[in-house]
Write a protein that binds this ligand. Structure first.
Ligand code: PGA
Length: 247
């Protein structure tokens, strides 16, 4: 059985005082659930604090080089040295707002493989791609390119997050049918690409997950959890998602 993952992507939100209050409140609500993993992807300045609260601290971004003259960047070794246990790669906001192209995403995947850093590879189509009926081919191309040099024996580093761009932050999540179609497609792709262990790779959904739709989304057998933006900023709301994942 695959473990389930609930991940908070705080994006560029919360001040120091707000992050601290969030962690305190969530800690008081939280209890471990077997076969379920909780992850928090805060702004990098709060990673140490998330780790100090004994939560899984994940980085939203990093640079693929190991060290050197790269002003403003953080390496995987630096992140590992403060307790970071996973990173996001290929989030659509990084792809579109910060022009992260396929070559950079490939370099980031290679860097994770070198550093043995678990990573969540995000993929997702725009509404126009979906309207043209090309969403399956588009996601296949995105994953194929990102995983071009990724070795099957490193499968345990990989989690995939399907996040349709039109569902992110829009309040309009994908339907259970749309999610199921894509997740089964992604799983088939992973099995073709990475072989017999690929069935152990978690595939998450992201895009306007909230307590209103979580039960339906988590009831899909092909969904191994969620990457949550907006609804993760309120600790009570996020805790409801943690409970919904085990329901
Ligand atoms: P959202 O963001 O939950 O606010 O739609 C999800 C994400 O971008 O990871």
């Amino acid at each position: 059985m695959r473990k389930k993952i609930l991940a908070a992507n705080w994006k560029m939100n919360l001040t120091q005082a707000q992050a601290e209050a969030w962690l305190q409140e969530f800690k008081s609500l939280f209890s471990l659930v077997e076969q379920q993993e909780l992850r928090i992807y805060p702004s990098a300045i709060y990673l140490k604090e998330v780790y100090a609260f004994e939560f899984h601290a994940g980085a939203q971004n990093f640079y693929f080089e190991t060290e050197g003259a790269f002003t403003g960047e953080l390496s995987l070794a630096q992140l590992q040295s403060i307790g970071v246990s996973s990173v996001l790669v290929g989030h659509s906001e990084r792809r579109h707002l910060f022009h992260e192209n396929t070559a950079l995403i490939q370099d980031k995947v290679k860097a994770c493989a070198r550093a043995q850093m678990p990573f969540v590879l995000c993929c997702g189509e725009s509404s126009s791609v979906r309207e043209r009926g090309q969403h399956l081919a588009y996601i296949e191309a995105q994953l194929k390119a990102a995983l071009q040099d990724f070795k099957a024996e490193q499968y345990s580093l990989l989690t995939v997050a399907y996040e349709p761009i039109w569902a992110i932050g829009s309040g309009l999540s994908a339907s259970v049918e749309q999610i199921t179609e894509m997740h089964l497609f992604i799983r088939h792709f992973l099995e073709m690409q990475l072989g017999p262990n690929a069935h152990k790779i978690p595939v998450l959904y992201g895009g306007s997950v909230s307590f209103e739709n979580a039960a339906d989304i988590f009831s899909c057998p092909s969904v191994d959890g969620a990457l949550v933006g907006g609804a993760s900023l309120d600790p009570q709301h996020f805790y409801q998602l943690w409970q919904a994942l085990s329901a």
